[in-house]
Ligand binder design. Structure first.
Ligand SMILES: [Mg+2]
Length: 236
């Protein structure tokens, strides 16, 4: 068995600002601040490859507030807002699937020797809500790593690798697919392999140079991906 763990934002889908808006709504509601003020602050935050803990902490910090990690009130308000912002993004044509990504997931899911899961900075319920429109909400129930697991992405990756090891899949048979250098370094910190795919918001030159085991401009051609998947546990 091998495991392939996908990042969500910029790798499988783009939400056209729905995630940022829902997070801003959650923070605004929990702190009793005007939504417009919080959204303006959220526009300044770099969301790439970061966990929900860090995003909420940074956003609240920009508003002059210190919050506990994954403040339950804030997370609950975020998760309440998210289905509606995602639905609006879809209705307005801003919700996108990344080229080839869903086809690759479907192909891998049809195999009995591959476990498909998620390695994401999103808390598990947010992952489920974001992926539900493309029929992939069930990936949130697979062994993987989520923003609920840790503050640092490397620790989220370690949590995922631990779960997969318990499921009988060793780290060298775990392949992480992500759109930022943070996905790559987190995978490597946990002893897994990493594919960098340039469909997110990261400059492809940066991504090409970040030390990924495989770089792909997108997931349209599955051949190099599948070849790497077959051979990766033979690598030194
Ligand atoms: Mg991403």
């Amino acid at each position: 068995m091998r495991a392939v763990l996908f990042d969500i934002d910029g790798t499988l889908i783009k939400l056209g600002g729905a995630g940022r808006e829902a997070l801003a709504r959650g923070v605004a509601s929990a702190l009793g601040r005007p939504f417009e003020e919080v959204l303006a602050a959220a526009m300044e935050v770099d969301f790439r490859g970061r966990t929900d803990t860090i995003l909420l902490e940074e956003l609240a910090g920009r508003l002059g507030v210190r919050v506990p990690a994954l403040d339950p009130r804030m997370v609950a308000a975020y998760l309440r807002a998210l289905p509606e912002t995602v639905a609006r993004s879809r209705a307005e044509g801003r919700y996108e699937t990344m080229p080839g990504a869903l086809e690759l997931v479907a192909d891998l899911e049809s195999r009995t020797d591959v476990l498909v899961g998620l390695l994401t900075g999103n808390v598990r319920e947010a992952a489920r809500i974001k992926l539900a429109p493309v029929g992939l909400g069930h990936l949130a129930d697979r062994p993987g790593g989520f923003g609920d697991d840790a503050r640092e992405r490397a620790d989220v990756a370690r949590a995922a690798v631990r779960r997969l090891t318990e499921a009988g899949i060793p780290p060298e048979r775990v392949l992480v697919v992500g759109d930022t250098e943070h996905d790559v370094s987190a995978a490597h910190a946990a002893g897994a392999r990493a594919v960098a795919v340039a469909t997110g918001w990261t400059d492809s030159a940066v991504l090409r140079a970040c030390g990924a085991d495989l770089f792909l401009p997108d997931l349209r051609d599955p051949a190099p991906f599948l070849h790497f998947l077959e051979s990766m546990d033979l690598l030194p």
